[in-house]
Design a protein around this ligand. Structure first.
Ligand code: ADQ
Length: 496
């Protein structure tokens, strides 16, 4: 067996950041895939000797994969039962709804919990194989809560970070979890536990005090002879990349063409969501339908483009959601559309980044109205793409993004009248107001981009300051040299 290559930085996430594509000649090729987590982390890894540990999709044996864009891929195999009970079960039918205010009922099954423990252990073991002595390991998200604890038991030499991309719920919700203590203990295997918002860190500290009776503040928790630090690190996007994409002449031309194809309406409203009950798609459709019925919005004047990319399609709640959304879109188009002029343009396919940028440029109003969202990168992508300082962002108060983009038109998506009022206000806003708000939001994103996120997280993980030697805002290379004691072997890190 060839010797396992080891890395100084290991990212551990449920999915590898790649998709299996069919090339035009029929051959299979692995390409970087779209999606929130991938979009967030990829710019940091592509020039670092990093390994990504994750599942490649599919069941059965794990395929050996080539490096993708300079990142080593280390696959973890999942069986059919693992997929059903860990991914679709405990992760996406217990934790996901529970963490999003229980907007759908979380389900509890003992078999799911067993699979969750088993699969997390497999991820921990795979990580321990590819992490070099003293490496930094960054574990991502709610699928892998137990990995920090399991990994520390295997490899106490590692520096372990955990980051939760989704909300962390208030104690009264989390307390419903039958295995709440084990989950908290798993996270406390990390040296640093990061959340999107300060409120989540506060919830975590409260729970640790209540359930595990450990001394905790919103910044530090004492466990055994260690201190675990916690904090808020709002994730961001590659702002410059999106702005550059949106400025390309072919993207601007594509945006003009899209507008023509939409019938040259006076105003275009756009929503781009993963199809998920947390994204508030149904509530938004209802508000739009009532605006049409009340005559506030006219089909010839205004169109809604709803992109809803299906996800987790084997989970029952998602199948039901898709049926409900499609029925409602059909009803609204049947009732308000005309021949060649639908009220809603409904699209479920994946778009490449340039096409997304063109859509963002065409949208006079971007409606991002989740019922609850850890962050929401779509809102940030829209702002970054509006290099013309135009465009109104209608944003839910319950998206993590709202804490940063406070100049958006903020709405409570549970309040139908408030949602209608917000949409009306965004559609009727004066150009001066729109520009002033957009400028402020763009300035914020310029400073708080993906590199700023990585810098703040990795610097916090490396309390001593020896770990992150260089992380500048102009260079997208994150270099993670070995700690000083192993300086000699760090020589091959160019500039590290
Ligand atoms: P998601 O719930 O997936 O992410 P979001 O943050 O909006 O939600 O990211 C979605 C990503 O997918 C965006 O980059 C978007 O451009 C892309 N996307 C959506 N539809 C697409 C389509 N049809 N074609 C191509 N790309 C598409 C989770 C959490 C969020 C958190 C992120 C990152 O739920 O709260 O913001 O992780 O931490």
């Amino acid at each position: 067996m060839p010797e396992m290559r080891q890395s100084s930085l290991v990212v551990v996430a449920n999915r590898l950041p790649i998709d299996d594509n069919q090339a035009p000649d029929g051959a299979c090729e692995w390409r970087r895939s779209p999606g929130g987590l991938v979009s967030a982390l990829h710019p940091l890894l592509r020039h670092t000797p990093a390994t990504w540990v994750g599942w490649a999709g599919g069941t059965g044996t794990a395929p050996a994969l080539p490096d993708v864009d300079g990142v080593r891929m280390h696959t973890v195999a999942l069986s059919h039962d693992d997929l059903r009970d860990h991914y679709e079960g405990f992760a996406n039918a217990t934790l996901w709804p529970l963490y999003h205010d229980s907007v759908e009922q979380p389900q509890h099954h003992r078999r799911w919990w067993e699979a969750y423990q088993r699969v997390n252990q497999r991820f921990a073991e795979a990580t321990s194989e590819v992490a070099e002595q003293g490496a930094v390991v960054w574990v991502q998200d709610y699928h892998l809560h137990l990995v920090p604890g399991q990994l520390r038991a295997l490899r106490p030499d590692l520096r372990i970070g955990f980051f939760l991309h989704v909300p962390f719920p208030p104690p009264e919700l989390f307390m419903q979890l039958p295995r709440r203590a084990e989950l908290l203990r798993g996270m406390l295997g990390a040296d640093l536990v990061g959340f999107q918002r300060a409120q989540a860190a506060h919830n975590f500290a409260q729970l640790v005090t209540k359930v595990l009776e450990l001394p905790a503040t919103d910044r530090r928790i004492g466990i055994d002879d260690r201190v675990v630090r916690i904090g808020a690190f709002p994730v961001s996007i590659d702002t410059a990349e999106m702005a550059a994409l949106a400025s390309r002449p072919d993207v601007a031309a594509r945006a003009r063409r899209l507008r023509q194809d939409l019938g040259d309406p006076r105003q275009v409203i756009l929503s781009v969501d993963r199809m998920d009950y947390t994204k508030g798609i149904e509530q938004r459709l209802k508000a739009y339908s009532e605006l049409l019925a009340g005559g506030d919005v006219k089909v010839r004047d205004t169109v809604l483009v709803q992109v809803a990319m299906p996800s987790r399609e084997r989970v029952g709640q998602y199948q039901i959601l898709r049926e409900r959304i499609e029925r409602e879109v059909g009803r609204i188009n049947g009732e308000f559309g005309r021949v060649g002029e639908p009220a809603i343009h409904y699209l479920t396919r994946p778009f490449d980044r340039a096409e997304l940028a063109a859509l963002y440029r065409v949208a006079d109003v971007m409606a991002v109205t989740p019922l609850r969202d850890g962050m929401n990168l779509v809102a940030k992508e829209y702002v970054a793409a509006r290099v013309d300082d135009d465009g109104a962002l209608l944003l839910s108060e319950f998206a993590g993004t709202a804490a940063e983009l406070s100049q958006a038109y903020l709405v409570n998506p549970h309040d139908l009248e408030g949602l209608k009022q917000g949409l009306r206000a965004a559609l009727r806003a004066s150009p001066a107001d729109v520009t002033e708000r957009m400028r402020a939001m763009r300035a914020h994103l310029h400073r708080h981009d993906i590199r700023a996120w990585a810098r703040s997280y990795l610097s916090a993980l490396d309390e001593t300051g020896t770990l992150v030697s260089r992380l500048t805002s102009t260079d997208d290379t994150v270099r993670v040299p070995r700690p000083a004691t192993r300086a000699a072997s760090a020589a091959h890190h160019a500039g590290g």
